[in-house]
Design a binder for this molecule. Sequence first.
Ligand SMILES: *Cc1c(COP(=O)(O)O)cnc(C)c1O
Length: 346
Amino acid sequence: MIPYGRQNIDEEDIQAVVKVLKSDFITTGPLVEAFEKAVCNYTHVKYGVAVSSGTAALHAAMFAVGIQPGDEVIVPAITFAATANCVLYQGGTPVFCDVDPDTLLIDVNKMERLITRRTRAVIVVDYAGLPCDYTAIQKITQKHGAFLVSDACHSLGAMKPIADIACYSFHPVKHITTGEGGMAVTDNIVLADRMRRFRNHGMENGRMISLGYNYRITDFQCALGISQLKNLGDWIRERRRIAGRYDEALTVRRLRGGKDHVYHLYVVKVRERDRFMEQLLEKGIRTQIHYRPVYYHPYYPQYGEGYCPEAEKAYREILSLPIYPGLKEEEQDHVIKSLEELAWQG
Ligand SMILES: *Cc1c(COP(=O)(O)O)cnc(C)c1O
């Protein structure tokens, strides 16, 4: 079976973790800060707060910007549910915005039209690894006094995040992994301090001054993260190379690329997507759908057809192909050949 994404763990990674397991620190130790510094250096940001998942990073961001009941937070309709769930955790209301059909990034014009007096923040997603147009987006959020949070779980290493807070995930399918893990990064020390407190029960100097959680990450996970980060440059080059081969070989429609794209995902659009998925699986190729519109999940209010028409239309056609460092050339050729055969039959 060829998966759509998977981790890369080498002997050096294993040794780094084993070393920590034999040390005094199993949970918070010196490597948490070392990992935060390493990610900050890589992304040219001042402060990093390492936490137990990308979802925890998003939750900490919502806490730090002060989301509370009555506040609206604009999020793209096509994203992982966690992007919207983090708003609900704080009692806020996610407001779903349609996406640009060529990239599945938030539609910036539609976003501005959704801003109301209650809009406290906007979360944008660098879908598939393509950074949003932050210059345009920031101009709008600043004009309306809203915070800008970047869900950068797909785009570690793409560029310096231009947002009040950017959130990364280190889940095994992402660019680097710590098993589970995440980090919120910011240039704002006030926001950073709030998130530090939030990850540790709201405690400051032994006194609980706000409500927090246990969102700590462990030292041995951070050892893995530091070791993984050394490969990030090579892995991004490898992902771009694989994407380039798909670009050249495939005749089916695909999302727009770009020079800063770091290709967490490679997404094509096909009619009869479900048939493609099933028949590729029969050939040993596991594809995925990223994502159904969040409000299609039964938990969310059902807004009905036409609420975000581009997101809904894209959802019926999108398919994520295998892409990860370590995907062999003959495996990719098998994906290309199988997909093209299906397209010609269709
Ligand atoms: C992976 C991901 C998350 C959540 O990260 P976890 O580490 O799995 O909690 C959030 N948003 C997006 C867009 C993601 O891809």
